[in-house]
Ligand binder design. Structure first.
Ligand SMILES: Cc1cc2nc3c(=O)[nH]c(=O)nc-3n(C[C@H](O)[C@H](O)[C@H](O)COP(=O)(O)OP(=O)(O)OC[C@H]3O[C@@H](n4cnc5c(N)ncnc54)[C@H](O)[C@@H]3O)c2cc1C
Length: 445
């Protein structure tokens, strides 16, 4: 029986291990952290995540979607909070379409449980310190025992996230390995909106909440315990930044002026702001993702992106679906599988990386602008009338797993150029759903 070693039991590693073990392979997974299920530690980074159709498809194929659905909260659209505390709403898709807020830790625990049920061995406190590419061996250091371990396997998968140790090995010891790491000027910090004293949600739980403020924003996603996890995406430097809001007075003054309707809902704002870490946001691109038939990078280890399209995990789950299709197509020819995988996924992960950066500008700035909301309204109207001619970009990325990210990016750019012509028509505010506008789009599409 072929032996597979996975480095990292995060979201993508845990899911991929199930796909492999279901095919009868012997799978072992080595994770740096202690077992999340017995240690109440943070799963690292965001507490909740938006799961959408590409991710669901990855879960459905191994029969775990129904279990996740029970603990997932549907968000049908976004509610924008103005500086004057006014609210506006924009649906994400058509009736019945939603993205889902899920607990990162909860999902990871569920996937690890299922992995073990399927025969995967998981070893915790094992930090990968390097790999021997020629032999396909991986080296680990145990945090508790301090013992070093060399693991021999037929194939290695690096699912150890954005800071991948295995990727570093590729970078250090292979020729022409392309690598880039780019940081945004913004970082993020998590804050909290608890349930109300009567035990209810403090805001509408069926939407993702956004306080768009031009160059920064606050967002909030609901949790099962009726709290919201908020994330402040904010510049590190500048007049209003993590580096200037350094006293309670300055911070509270800024929040009260900038997010006036959120502050009364955040009783622990001061401690959250000063005690929770400020984390950076980066994009990692690299190529190739494989070494011979020995090692393959997957998930964030291969393609870490910024979180503004809510697609990082979804893209990683899609990696597992594509891997499954390639196993169907190429059987046990792992050199072919690794090679086909990286060539198929690279254009798509580059595309979602680009889309995610542009969605930051949309979320923090454009969703607060009347013209942008009008443009989205026209697109939704035209798409309803001509579903065969126009699928809005958000729908392609989020609700259309059969459309590749790279196709969505290309089509989105084409649509944007059409919409620029439409939006420049005189009196478009009044005539947005007129036969003339419809005809113009039909001519251009
Ligand atoms: C603020 C924020 C919000 C996000 N929101 C969303 C969202 O709404 N929707 C979405 O789809 N995506 C979102 N993402 C992206 C998502 O978190 C990642 O894409 C996803 O976690 C990638 O999964 P992964 O398993 O590849 O990596 P990770 O989740 O990072 O898992 C890697 C695992 O490897 C382990 N590990 C690391 N190094 C080693 C080592 N040397 N040895 C052994 N083990 C190691 C880690 O402990 C971890 O368990 C968000 C990201 C951030 C930062």
């Amino acid at each position: 029986m072929k032996k597979f070693t996975l480095i990292g039991a995060g979201l993508v590693g845990s899911l991929l291990s199930i796909y492999l073990s279901k095919r009868g392979y012997k799978v072992s997974m080595y994770e740096r952290r202690p077992d999340l299920r017995t240690n109440r530690i943070s799963a690292g980074r965001s507490i909740n995540l938006a799961l959408s159709d590409r991710g669901w498809r990855g879960l459905e194929k191994i029969g775990v979607a129904d279990e996740v659905r029970k603990v997932a909260l549907p968000m049908k659209g976004r509610i924008m909070h103005g500086v004057d505390s006014s609210l506006s709403y924009q649906p994400y898709g058509k009736e019945g379409q939603a993205i889902y807020s899920v607990s990162r830790g909860g999902l990871n625990c569920l996937l690890m449980d299922l992995a073990e049920k399927n025969g995967v061995d998981i070893f915790f406190n094992e930090k990968c310190t390097g790999v021997d590419l020629k032999k396909g061996n991986a080296f680990f250091e145990n945090f508790e025992t301090k013992k070093n371990l060399e693991v021999t396997a037929d194939y290695l998968f690096a699912s150890d996230g954005a800071g991948s140790a295995a990727r570093l090995q590729l970078q250090l010891s292979t020729d022409r390995f392309e690598y880039s790491q780019e940081y945004l000027e913004h970082g993020y910090k998590e804050l909290n909106i608890p349930a109300t004293p009567s035990g209810d949600f403090a805001m509408d739980p069926t939407a993702l909440h956004i306080w768009p403020r031009g160059s920064y924003m606050l967002i909030a996603l609901p949790n099962l315990d009726k709290s919201f996890t908020c994330t402040l995406f904010f510049p590190f430097d500048g007049e209003y930044s993590f580096n200037t809001l350094t006293s309670e007075e300055k911070m509270m003054d800024f929040f009260q002026k900038t997010f006036p309707d959120a502050v009364p809902l955040m009783p622990t704002l001061k401690t959250d702001y000063f005690e929770n870490p400020t984390s950076s946001l980066g994009i990692i691109r690299c190529f190739p993702w494989s070494y011979e038939d020995k090692l393959l990078l997957v998930g964030d280890a291969a393609h870490a992106i910024v979180p503004f399209y809510g697609q990082g995990m979804n893209c990683g789950f899609e990696d597992c679906v594509v891997m499954d299709q390639l196993m169907d197509a190429h059987g046990d020819d792992w050199k072919k599988i690794f090679h086909a995988f990286e060539n198929l996924r690279k254009p798509d992960s580059d595309a979602i990386a680009e889309l995610a950066v542009s969605n930051f500008i949309e979320m923090r700035d454009k969703v607060g602008q009347k013209e942008f909301l009008l443009q989205k309204k026209i697109e939704a109207w035209f798409s309803t009338n001509h579903p065969d001619k126009w699928i809005p970009l958000y729908t392609m990325v989020t609700f259309s797993p059969d459309i590749r990210y790279s196709e969505a990016l290309r089509e989105g750019k084409r649509q944007e150029s059409i919409m620029q012509k439409v939006m420049s028509l005189p009196n478009i505010e009044a005539n947005w759903n007129s036969p003339e506008v419809e005809k113009l789009i039909l001519d251009l599409v």
